[in-house]
Ligand binder design. Structure first.
Ligand code: B12
Length: 216
């Protein structure tokens, strides 16, 4: 773990949001862009917190404080988003039973910086409500995050429901499980899996490029 990640982890565990904001503006902002910050600092720091928690070196309360402090920092850094109704539309959510939404929040930022029109539903969304939302809002793409192995059957069910009701829907999937395992049921033409936000950013940039060349 590098020094930056170590100091960041300590700061979120102490819950001092002002010190953390200072640390971010003095040591992090000057060194890296937003995606590098998420991938190289936030992700390893939260994975480290997971390890400490697993080994009983921190308590559930410590982990909750770290999560809340991080959410405060991220909320203060997110870019204001002016929705462009003509932009491609993406619906972002975690399936029912899945509470790990921090990674999806960061993926949302990547969509916003690529000028997509988004709806972020957050964690724990029932499958039937996702299908209803898709019917009324008609997104081009859905983006799903999965962190828990126990939620895999529900992910499968959710994809089947989306494909049954919207066979042409573009489905993007990321999260801890996707970067750790190869899941054969996700290998279809309609589904793209992402190990990290660099891949998502490239995919969205290529998508915009294709849209521009189609218009020319
Ligand atoms: C914070 C945390 C929580 C928080 C979540 C808060 C929140 N709003 O997100 C809370 C306290 C709610 C929580 C609860 C639980 N958790 Co928890 N949690 C974590 C922890 C420490 C960090 C997760 C995190 O934020 N990671 C940081 C983000 C940035 O990483 P990420 O999600 O992978 O996202 C990155 C990429 O994957 C990608 N990405 C993510 N989504 C998407 C989507 C798209 C479309 C794209 C393109 C990319 C993308 O971008 C991100 C940036 O790179 C992990 C440890 C770990 N190793 O992950 C455990 C962990 C995931 N939790 C675990 C467990 C067991 C639980 C609980 C069961 C604990 C309990 N007994 O209650 C519950 C289950 C809740 C539920 N039903 O979902 C286990 C999971 C084991 C498993 N079975 O798979 C872990 C691994 C801890 C451990 N080592 O055991 N948890």
């Amino acid at each position: 773990m590098n020094q930056l990640v170590q100091t960041f982890t300590k700061s979120i565990l102490t819950g001092d949001v002002h010190a953390l904001l200072d640390f971010h503006s003095s040591s992090i902002q000057s060194k890296m862009d937003e995606i590098n910050f998420y991938e190289k600092v936030v992700k390893p720091s939260m994975y480290r917190i997971g390890e400490l928690w697993e080994k009983n070196q921190i308590t559930v309360a410590d982990e909750h404080l770290a999560t809340a402090t991080l959410k405060y920092l991220l909320a203060s850094l997110y870019t204001p988003h002016v929705i462009n109704e003509t932009s491609p539309k993406a619906l972002l959510f975690c399936i029912e039973g899945e509470e790990h939404s921090l990674g999806l929040e960061m993926a949302h930022e990547v969509f916003k910086t690529n000028d997509w029109n988004t709806r972020f539903l957050g964690s724990n969304v029932p499958i039937k409500d996702i299908v209803t939302f898709i019917q009324s809002w008609e997104p081009h793409t859905v983006a799903i995050s999965i962190g828990m192995t126990t939620e895999l059957p529900r992910l499968k069910e959710c994809i089947q429901e989306i494909e049954k009701n919207h066979p042409k829907m573009n489905i993007l999937i990321g999260g801890r499980l996707i970067s750790h395992y190869t899941l054969s049921f996700l290998e279809t033409d309609q589904i793209t899996c992402f190990d990290d936000l660099f891949e998502l950013n490239k995919y969205l940039a290529d998508f915009s490029q294709q849209m521009i060349s189609l218009k020319v």
